[in-house]
Design a protein around this ligand. Structure first.
Ligand SMILES: Cc1cc2nc3c(=O)[nH]c(=O)nc-3n(C[C@H](O)[C@H](O)[C@H](O)COP(=O)(O)OP(=O)(O)OC[C@H]3O[C@@H](n4cnc5c(N)ncnc54)[C@H](O)[C@@H]3O)c2cc1C
Length: 402
């Protein structure tokens, strides 16, 4: 039976046609992105380690981004909503780029222009029958934190493995309902955090619109605004250090089996890897018997996987009966090193020993059984069904498939 995945962007004609409502905030600004080519700018910035340069100027404020290829750059500035598109003609766009860069003679070839709104919304319904919405069609927010595409990729990953299972007849249609159950709360959380980032950004002066104030920014009397910007910089941390927001989400749905334990909760900037049911499986580098490297995250790529330690031998028979691949950590795959602490900001967590070979607790204490890379059910002696491994496995298997 055919399904439609509508990934048709923020204005999603499919969403509108289906009459799906949104939890939407007001439009609070407009931007224009000018993509341009400039070999001279690439040359003059060759030694710059920065990807983004913020421009705070009385006549033009915005940001200049390098795209990393073919001398292409992007200028992002606030757009005057009162002006028609024709006002942003080639001459104006070249002038804006030159002002932002501070070189009136810069060679500039304008390639494309994108007009976009500052707004946020999350669709109330992500599925109508056999139509499933994904990407910006189902939620949108300003780019402050970089969560638009990120969320879209995570959403789509969550949706597609389920869709494949349903289409193959390996799972019932109900599994598709868990897509919205699991991903909508993540979208709401990302929306709220991105809007907080947007408010905090204003403190840096980047979104300041008081031209007279900015004009005097380098004068002695500009000390107050300089201090305000300086003081606003630390608060930008949650816009740029987002490993906890990216990886630390916990999904709950009818396919996730709670184990009654409290989850390890990540903060926006501090990712705390956990094998709690519904969490993204923690990453750990492993080596197989041929000394090839793979990540725990990639293990379920070919289907459901049951992870055990050497002591998990009693799981072999029930896993074989269900045709679930079992991987014995320490035998089939050996942990290379524990590097889970590398990503959080320095200073927040102790550095691990350089060649530590123990599995993180999160991986040791969980049997993972999810195609999605989310952690599965617990390997916990107190859990009912512990004495009957086959039943535990069958229950979990059925729970995911129904
Ligand atoms: C300035 C800016 C910076 C950003 N920075 C980041 C960032 O750093 N990190 C990040 O993760 N995200 C970022 N984003 C967000 C990211 O670009 C979007 O979330 C992402 O592109 C959305 O992808 P999508 O496929 O859902 O929608 P889109 O990219 O909008 O694609 C939708 C597609 O559907 C097509 N379409 C529409 N209607 C129809 C129809 N009727 N028939 C056929 N096709 C149709 C459109 O032509 C389009 O190709 C940024 C966005 C902006 C504006």
């Amino acid at each position: 039976m055919a399904h439609v995945v509508a990934a048709d962007g923020t204005r999603s004609p499919v969403r509108r046609t289906l009459g799906i409502t949104e939890d939407a905030g007001p439009v609070f600004g407009e931007s224009v992105n000018v993509c341009f080519r400039s070999a001279a700018l690439t040359r003059s910035m060759a030694d710059s380690p920065h990807m983004t340069h913020w421009v705070v100027d009385a006549e033009l404020s915005g940001a200049v981004y390098i795209t990393g290829r073919d001398d292409r750059w992007i200028l992002n500035v606030e757009r005057d909503p009162a002006l028609p598109d024709s006002a942003y003609d080639d001459a104006r766009r070249v002038d804006m780029v030159r002002r932002a860069v501070g070189d009136p003679d810069l060679d500039v070839e304008v390639l494309t222009t994108l007009r976009w709104l500052h707004e946020s919304a999350v669709a109330d319904t992500w599925r109508v029958g056999r139509v499933l919405l994904a990407g910006d069609a189902v939620r949108r927010f300003p780019p402050h934190g970089g969560f638009g595409m990120n969320s879209g990729i995570q959403d789509t990953h969550n949706l597609v493995w389920k869709l494949v299972r349903v289409l193959r007849g390996d799972a019932s249609d109900g599994l598709l309902d868990t897509y919205e159950q699991e991903r909508k709360p993540v979208a709401v959380h990302n929306r709220d955090q991105v809007m907080l980032n947007t408010e905090r950004l204003a403190e840096t002066g980047w979104l300041a619109d008081a031209a007279e104030e900015i004009a005097g920014i380098e004068l002695p009397e500009g000390e107050a605004i300089r201090r305000r910007i300086r003081d606003g910089v630390p608060a930008q941390r949650e816009q740029f250090w987002t490993s906890g927001q990216q990886f630390g989400y916990l999904c709950t749905s009818s396919a996730v089996i709670a184990d009654g334990t409290a989850p390890e909760v990540s903060t926006v900037s501090d990712y705390r890897p956990t094998g709690h049911p519904g969490a993204r499986a923690p990453h750990l580098w492993l080596r197989d018997r041929q000394d090839r490297r793979c990540s725990t995250v990639d293990l379920p790529a070919a289907g459901f996987v049951l992870l055990t330690g050497a002591e998990g031998e009693p799981w072999r028979e029930p896993a074989d009966r269900l045709g679930i691949r079992r991987v014995v950590i320490g035998r089939d795959l050996v942990p290379e090193r524990v590097d889970l602490h590398r990503h959080p900001p320095r200073g927040d967590r102790p550095e691990p020993g350089p060649r530590a070979r123990r599995l993180p607790r999160a991986v040791r204490h969980r049997a993972e059984g999810s195609r999605s890379g989310q952690a599965g059910w617990p390997h916990h002696p107190a859990q009912p069904g512990w004495g009957d491994r086959t039943r535990t496995l069958v229950d979990a298997w059925n729970r995911v498939r129904r």
